[in-house]
Design a protein around this ligand. Structure first.
Ligand SMILES: NC(=O)c1ccc[n+]([C@@H]2O[C@H](COP(=O)([O-])OP(=O)(O)OC[C@H]3O[C@@H](n4cnc5c(N)ncnc54)[C@H](OP(=O)(O)O)[C@@H]3O)[C@@H](O)[C@H]2O)c1
Length: 283
């Protein structure tokens, strides 16, 4: 059964990197949208199941993005419980943002698939927007990015705009039910390559420094990152930064009939906003 165009789409994480772009696209298409975050009205909080029924009221489809990460312990169970509730309340279509190479994310996908909803899974590579909207922004601005990925480890960074296009197609279009789209950029780059492209576009030196997991954890702790977040990040990166994701996926092409954006396009557009300018030079 198709969700009707009058029923709102609930966009979980609707202020985040992918959710915000999905909200913009649905609104531009004249579709009713409900943002699902703890500060929205009605609120949606993954840690408070009591908020879920009101957020789902009257909804036809949901973009499901878990917070903080689908790979963390308890995420699969929460996604399964949420998906079952959504189906019980008449929601037909669920589109899940997942991650590549993570056992916890795989279990989250299965929990959603078992709900009986019309599901689509968008299994994403590492997002380019981690460099301008997330945890790599401050290191880039400071001129040094330290990360526990070896000098020669490659990743096909994906543009969040492509993820949003795929998710919106799956939420609103035909032919995406039961599809698992592995979405990546069109090119494998090392973290050093990525940082070098950003440095060239920003017009200033930015170093990439591969560090051990222990050194990375120590750096995060030094920067006042809470201990439980340090544990979560180091466990996640210990699992996936071993070469298992060093290959391209065809999800963008299959879902949209066009190739994904290149990292160079992301870098050009982000640099043009001035986001990576040297804060000291601007002062
Ligand atoms: N980053 C990557 O490279 C990558 C790659 C593959 C998969 N993923 C997956 O992406 C997901 C994160 O999605 P994203 O990157 O689009 O989001 P994001 O940019 O990390 O934004 C997080 C969103 O979650 C909301 N939020 C915060 N606390 C919440 C809570 N307790 N309950 C419900 N929502 C809450 C935030 O709302 P406020 O604005 O109100 O705080 C915000 O809208 C994770 O599940 C991860 O597995 C990420």
């Amino acid at each position: 059964m198709e969700p009707t165009t009058q029923q709102p789409t609930l966009v979980l994480g609707g202020t985040g990197k992918t959710g915000r772009r999905i909200v913009q696209r649905l609104q531009a298409a004249g579709r009713p949208v409900r943002v699902g975050t703890p500060s929205a009205t009605p609120p949606f909080d993954w840690t408070d199941e009591a908020t879920w029924p009101a957020a789902l009221d009257g909804v036809g489809s949901v973009y499901v993005t878990y917070y903080p990460d689908l790979a963390v312990p308890g995420a699969a169970e929460a996604v399964g419980t949420f998906a079952d509730l959504a189906v019980a309340r008449g929601v037909r279509r669920l589109v899940l943002l997942s991650g590549r190479g993570e056992e916890g994310a795989r279990r989250g996908e299965q929990a959603l698939q078992q709900s009986g909803a019309d599901w689509t899974i968008v299994r994403s590579a590492f997002m380019a927007q981690n460099f301008d909207e997330s945890f790599f922004l401050e290191p880039v601005r400071a001129g040094e990015v330290a990360f526990p990925a070896d000098q020669d480890l490659a990743e096909p960074f994906i543009d969040a705009d492509d993820i949003a296009d795929v998710a919106v197609a799956a939420l609103t279009g035909d032919g995406h039910v039961g599809q698992l789209y592995e979405v990546t950029g069109p090119r494998l780059l090392t973290w050093a390559d990525a940082v070098a492209e950003i440095a060239a576009a920003a017009g200033r030196p930015i170093r990439y420094v591969p560090v051990s997991l222990e050194e990375y954890a120590a750096l995060l702790t030094e920067n006042q990152v809470p201990a439980e977040v340090v544990k979560m990040l180091t466990e996640m990166f210990a699992e996936v930064l071993d070469g298992r994701n060093a290959h391209l996926g065809d999800g963008v092409q299959r879902a949209l009939g066009r190739p994904p954006r290149d990292f160079a396009d992301f870098v050009r557009d982000a640099a043009a906003t001035g986001i990576w300018s040297d804060p000291a030079a601007a002062a």
